[in-house]
Design a binder for this molecule. Structure first.
Ligand code: FAD
Length: 515
């Protein structure tokens, strides 16, 4: 038996530092000092720097590595995010009917002993015309009122409403790097990896760097971003493209100022549908981070930048745009021999619903908990790890595709192609067929493999005006009066919460001052 003693993380972006911190904290709190975690990052190759919106799981991860929430907000110029506002996704702007919906992070309200509200909403027991998310959760009213999800007195990473963050990607890496080195004992090498040398079995024996000579470990974690320096370059683990399902593969991004230094900060990501994709718009403490994600089969860089500048208006004057290429897909073997890819090196699903950093969190979590005690068990562990990761990717891809294929937009080739049944995975088609006659249930989802809970599927499905015909089952739902009382109660509670929760900018500034 050969005990695993040292892990080398290669790459110092969000993926590298989050993984190094998580490994160091978890492994050393089990058996202090028993497994060394080191990280090498290039002083010459920059970060991608556009992963700025997150998923609520990030709170658990930051708390697990022992960060302080105020320090995190101050260092990353972070703000709170309570969900995603989808504009012009249901139908194009100006068409009759609703074109927008909100995907809140908080689950639909259900009091102990109270009825589940979705069937009653489908049967028309909520006040007429109130969208599903607004009827069952107060979060939309709170973000419309520019409220924060918590109060300053709430414990770190907790609040009455579920939330994630928006942050500056480059600064997050710095905050994590400082925490990893000073609090968790991660050793950092500033060096550019030039090549990996393999042993007789095809595993990595050592890596050779330009500035720090040779470095070796029992396990190498490839966090080198889209280039996948080790997993692709040395291990030749193939990439499975899913561009046939999710078409967007380019982005044009800009950082733009607020109109005034004290402009309100939206407490959600705004995702506005466009002719060949969609625009993200998020608010940090002193600036907005925006990007137009589009399909190169349906637009080009010049047209995309023009559409994007039109959206931004005067805010974009004099600002240079960054153009980025990517592709939705993943390596079925994220882990091969003694090399495991985390972050963009392993794969990426286009940024709708912000799954990139959440997949990094998953990678760090699985790696920590499945880590083989014996180096000889590496291949068995790799198989298990890869199965879990691939299942998670496929489910995320179905969820994101649902946003596109349920849209009633048929105004451009991009939206027409998205509705083409050949582009919809069979797994998603099966679910949508079932949900025509009953709403999604928790049992449709396999706990550990899912990133999105049943409530997220429900919010998007009914936000996009999907029709579930419950009429034949009406007699089963006998608690109409209870449901009506619950719907009224949620509105009442929202009124109280609007008075109780601080303004978003106000809370962020207070927490940063207190740090
Ligand atoms: P990178 O940030 O590229 O870091 C790579 C690191 O590897 C760098 O430190 C670099 O120096 C180092 N490196 C590279 N080669 C070498 C070498 N040879 N030797 C040594 N070091 C090396 N995710 C979200 O969660 N939310 C979002 O809103 C979001 N938006 C996105 C929008 C777009 C258009 C794209 C493309 C991605 C988005 N993502 C988003 C994904 C997110 O950006 C990444 O998941 C996240 O930033 C992690 O990146 P990374 O650390 O894997 O790679």
């Amino acid at each position: 038996m050969a005990r695993l003693q040292k892990i080398l993380v290669v790459g110092g972006g969000t993926a590298g530092w989050l993984t190094a911190c998580y490994l160091a904290k978890s492994l050393n709190s089990v058996a202090p000092g028993s497994i060394k975690v080191e990280l090498v990052e290039s002083p010459r190759i920059g970060l991608l720097g556009v992963g700025e919106a997150t998923f609520p799981s990030i709170r658990g991860t930051l708390s697990a590595i022992g960060l302080d929430e105020r320090r995190f907000l101050a260092g990353s110029t972070g703000t709170f995010k309570q969900g995603i506002r989808y504009r012009h996704w249901v139908r194009p702007q100006g068409a009759p009917g609703a074109s927008d919906f909100f995907h809140p992070f908080s689950m639909p309200s259900q009091r102990t002993g109270g009825p589940e509200l979705l069937p009653y909403w489908l049967l028309g027991a909520a006040p007429a015309g109130v969208p599903f998310a607004d009827a069952v959760s107060m979060q939309k009213r709170l973000v419309d009122g520019n409220r924060a999800p918590k109060r300053a007195k709430d414990a770190d990473f907790h609040g009455p409403m579920n939330y994630a963050y928006h942050f500056d990607a480059a600064r997050v890496a710095e905050v994590l790097a400082e925490h990893g080195q000073t609090e968790l004992g991660v050793v950092r090498h500033l060096a550019t990896v030039e090549r990996a040398e393999l042993d007789a079995q095809g595993a990595i024996a050592r890596i050779v760097t330009r500035e720090a000579g040779e470095l070796s470990a029992d396990l190498y974690v490839d966090c080198t971003g889209l280039r996948g320096y080790l997993i692709d370059g040395a291990m030749k683990s193939p990439f499975r493209s899913r561009r046939d399902v999710l078409f967007v593969d380019r982005a044009v991004a800009m950082q733009v100022p607020y109109p005034q230094p004290d402009s309100p900060i939206p407490c959600y990501t705004m995702a506005t549908a466009q002719e060949a994709g969609w625009i993200w718009d998020i608010g940090l403490q002193q600036r907005r981070g925006c990007g137009y994600v589009y399909s190169s089969q349906h637009s080009d860089a010049t047209r995309a930048e023009a559409v994007f500048r039109q959206y931004l208006g005067a805010a974009a004057e004099g600002v240079t745009a960054q153009h980025i290429r990517f592709e939705t897909g993943y390596r079925p073997e994220h882990w091969r021999k003694n090399c495991v890819a985390v972050g963009l090196a392993g794969g990426f699903v286009e940024p709708l619903e912000s799954t990139g950093i959440a997949l990094v969190e998953l990678g760090a979590y699985l790696l920590t908990h499945l880590l083989p005690g014996d180096v000889d068990d590496m291949e068995r562990t790799a198989r298990h790890y890869n199965e879990m990761v691939v299942a998670r990717y496929d489910r995320i891809i179905d969820f994101i595709k649902m946003h596109y294929c349920l849209s009633q937009r048929r105004d451009t080739a991009f939206w027409l192609d998205n509705a083409n049944p050949d582009s919809i995975p069979d797994t998603l088609k099966d679910r949508l067929a079932l949900w025509k006659h009953r709403p999604p249930h928790r049992l449709d989802f396999v706990g550990d493999l899912e990133m999105f809970l049943v409530s997220s599927w429900q919010y998007v499905l009914y936000g996009m005006e999907f029709k579930t015909d419950l009429e034949p089952m009406r007699s089963v739902y006998t608690r109409v009066d209870d449901a009506r009382r619950e719907f009224a109660m949620i509105q009442q509670m929202a009124g109280h919460a609007l008075g109780d929760l601080p303004g978003h900018r106000e809370l962020v500034e207070q927490m940063v001052r207190e740090y």
